[in-house]
Design a protein around this ligand. Structure first.
Ligand code: MN
Length: 309
């Protein structure tokens, strides 16, 4: 499968929409202007002016529009960061995983695994995939909405109520390991018979601890698994997983904000204690249970502020 990205003007975008009128798909991915399927080629046009051509013979389709746009070919930029990964790892087709929300008192714990084939590197860069820690929330949401339309991925979102139900019998480390293992397994099943050249987990604990944590799981993804801290700067698959996870986490916070009718913040600083105290006064621990990870030290602080015993 080949992918190409063309950057065109607003006028050309509209011209394209007219041209593909009889091939338009009923559903357009979020953030896109239109989506069409002509023969084996999927065409997705984004409001930014980027148009993706995916599938066999996509080059033929691109040829029609080449004169009216520009093909932006950036050389993959690989940061030289110390790692124990094999040489050339960033050029492999990799299944990557990452989690978000472990350090935030409010909101879910979100784990995502995503598979990125080497033929998609260019496309991902064009869409703006990079280290999610360097991206604004707005950027993350925009890019994630594009990614979920075509990347094979698995998203496990554990909202606080469920988290608090599991947590007393499971450390957060074990919970993370189990979720990573599950998400990885889901994607492996989705992409079969294709198998990734490697699996990369954004390292959150020692590999030996990780494998101990998943020992009791019926399915254990163990083969070809690599661990790397700051995994998102070592492979686009982890960067993509991280972006989707962050997007889901932010959406989780938004949902909780709507439910509470008050802004639900992320993090674990003193500002979150005040919001938690407010919820405690409103509905006690049983209400707070729906919003926060109860085992955090913030719970005791919030109780003090609320004058709650
Ligand atoms: Mn991480």
């Amino acid at each position: 499968m080949s992918n190409e990205v063309l950057l065109v003007s607003k006028t050309t975008l509209n011209e394209m929409k007219e041209y593909y009128k009889s091939h338009l798909k009923p559903n357009t991915p979020p953030g896109s202007l239109f989506a069409a399927k002509k023969g084996a080629v999927n065409i997705t046009a984004y409001k930014s002016g980027k148009v993706l051509f995916q599938g066999n013979n996509s080059t033929n389709e691109v040829t029609i529009w080449k004169a009216k746009g520009e093909i932006t070919k950036k050389k993959p930029k690989v940061k030289s960061v110390d790692s124990s990964l094999p040489n050339g790892f960033s050029d492999w087709s990799v299944l990557g995983s990452d989690e978000v929300g472990t350090g935030s008192y409010f909101g879910p714990l979100t784990v995502v695994a995503a598979y990125v084939d080497r033929s998609q590197f260019e496309l991902l860069r064009e869409l703006g995939v990079r280290d999610s820690k360097e991206m604004t929330d707005k950027e993350i949401c925009r890019v994630a909405k594009d990614l979920v339309t075509f990347l094979p991925y698995s998203l496990l979102n554990v909202m606080p109520e469920k988290y608090n139900h599991i947590q007393p019998t499971m450390t957060q480390g074990k919970m993370k390991a189990v979720l990573h293992n599950q998400a990885l397994h889901h994607v492996l099943t989705k992409i079969a018979p294709i198998t990734p050249e490697a699996i990369l987990i954004d390292q959150f604990e020692l590999p030996t601890t990780y494998f101990k944590h998943i020992q009791d799981q019926t399915v254990q993804v163990k083969e070809n698994v690599y661990f790397q801290t700051k995994g998102e700067s070592h492979h686009l698959a982890v960067a993509a997983a991280s972006i989707i996870a962050r997007y889901a986490f932010l959406t989780g916070l938004e949902d909780l904000t709507k439910e509470a009718g008050t802004k639900i913040p992320s993090g674990a600083g003193s500002n979150v204690d005040l919001v938690a105290a407010k919820l405690l006064k409103r509905g006690g621990v049983s209400l707070l249970n729906k919003y926060v990870k109860l085992h955090f030290a913030n719970t005791e602080k919030a109780k003090k502020i609320a004058g709650y015993k």
